[in-house]
Design a protein around this ligand. Structure first.
Ligand SMILES: [Zn+2]
Length: 416
């Protein structure tokens, strides 16, 4: 590993320098915004492709704008250990969400390419483009296209300017060809995604890295509470059917049910809408939302049931009408035990305690896991801040992540 200077911390430094450089590629000056298939995304694709070539990878772009760099193993055409994440961002984003996984993957592949002994497997690094779903009303088109889950009509969705995904792909000079994006089962042996945690748990545990065991399933509910609006001065307390006071009790009940789930459940009321919302009127109607997530579908569904029961009980007690409906439900994605074990082994190999975490946010790994064994490695982020320009990781942690990733790839190569 000498000669190329891939020793402790120089890998972390290169990763941080490249993330700074990549963050300069934006749609708007002064902040990082890089939506799917914009000219900024195309420039980032070029930059990532150049780094992949420099690392000794064979580079291609598939018809959905994934940049793929491949390092052959001992036997050309062997199944690949795929390392990926996304290079699109939210509006006014941080530098690390998604981009870290791609840059760290390139750094790991470069280290593996720089030593004479080859792996049994190929290693591929992939930069997805449609993870954040900010420009189009689409969902993980880039990673889902690998499994064949994207249909031609999914590319007809349009952005705010009426431009379809299909037209935007054409604008980048990419050929039609969803079929060419789909990978054969035997092409890919495993998938690992390195990603910032986007939460505060690792920092609280004073740990740099975690192996992700599952991506939480989620449900969203809409609740309507109907009481009776009245004059804040003339309706006596005993005669009120205050929709907001009832809703407040419901919010606390949701929080309590979430707390009862320990580290396996979160429940949030994130939005309320009070009517008529006036200082001198007893609130007549309140609408609010509930978001429930868990790595276990059974725990989440039990919590949803418990919440519904609590809402109606409170409604009855306070003589307000309650209607609740679940309008979105996404099951949990369990990560593959063998790949989780490899990620933990990689974390242990760099002298860190392997923490096991479930992911509260969605990731490209969700799209890959139904077809190929997949897992993720989380990297501690300062104060859990993400989707924000203040997002931050340390150079030491990024160095540990790359070295743990290399160890995990080697572990998988020897055990798969
Ligand atoms: Zn991300």
């Amino acid at each position: 590993m000498k000669g190329k200077g891939r020793n402790a911390n120089s890998m972390g430094k290169r990763v941080m320098d490249r993330l700074d450089e990549l963050a300069q590629i934006s749609e708007s000056p002064g902040m990082l915004t890089r939506r799917f298939l914009t000219p900024a995304h195309a420039r980032a694709m070029d930059q990532v492709g150049a780094w992949m070539r420099e690392a000794g990878l064979q580079v291609r772009v598939d018809p959905i704008a994934n940049v793929i760099g491949r390092l052959e193993g001992r036997r050309p055409g062997a199944p690949a250990i795929l390392i990926g994440s996304h290079i699109d961002t939210v509006i006014d984003a941080g530098k690390y969400d998604g981009n870290l996984g791609v840059v760290a993957g390139i750094e790991a592949a470069a280290a593996l390419a720089s030593v004479p002994d080859k792996l049994e497997h190929a290693v591929e690094v992939i930069a997805f483009g449609d993870e954040e779903g900010v420009r189009f009303p689409s969902h993980l088109l880039s990673s889902r296209s690998l499994t064949g889950a994207v249909r031609a009509r999914d590319l007809d969705v349009v952005d705010a300017d009426g431009i379809s995904v299909k037209a935007a792909l054409g604008g980048l000079g990419l050929p039609d060809g969803l079929a060419a994006c789909k990978r054969a089962d035997k092409d890919i042996a495993a998938y690992i995604e390195v990603h910032i945690e986007q939460g505060p748990v690792l920092q609280a545990k004073r740990a740099a890295l975690a192996a992700v065991t599952a991506i939480n399933g989620a449900a969203r509910m809409r609740v309507r509470v109907e009481g009776i609006a009245g004059h804040a001065g003339t309706v006596p307390m005993a005669l009120r059917q205050d929709a907001l006071a009832a809703a407040a009790e419901m919010v606390v009940a949701v929080e309590e049910i979430g707390r009862e789930g320990g580290d396996k459940l979160v429940a949030t009321v994130g939005r309320t809408d009070v009517r008529p919302n006036a200082v001198n009127v007893v609130p007549g109607e309140v609408h609010f939302t509930i978001d429930v997530r868990s790595p276990s579908d059974a725990i989440r569904m039990a919590a949803q049931k418990k919440i519904a029961t609590a809402l109606h009980k409170i409604g009855k007690k306070r003589q307000v009408r309650v209607t609740a409906e679940t309008y979105y439900e996404m099951p949990a994605t369990k990560m593959d035990d063998r790949i989780v074990a490899a990620v933990s082994a990689g974390i242990a190999a760099v002298g860190q305690k392997p923490i096991m975490l479930a992911s509260g946010a969605g990731h490209d790994a969700m799209a890959i896991a139904p077809k190929w064994p997949a897992a993720m490695m989380f990297v501690r982020c300062t104060d859990g801040i993400s989707h924000n320009p203040a997002e931050h990781i340390t150079r030491d942690d990024s160095d540990l992540a790359v070295r743990a990733l290399i160890a995990a790839i080697r572990h998988l190569d020897a055990t798969l």
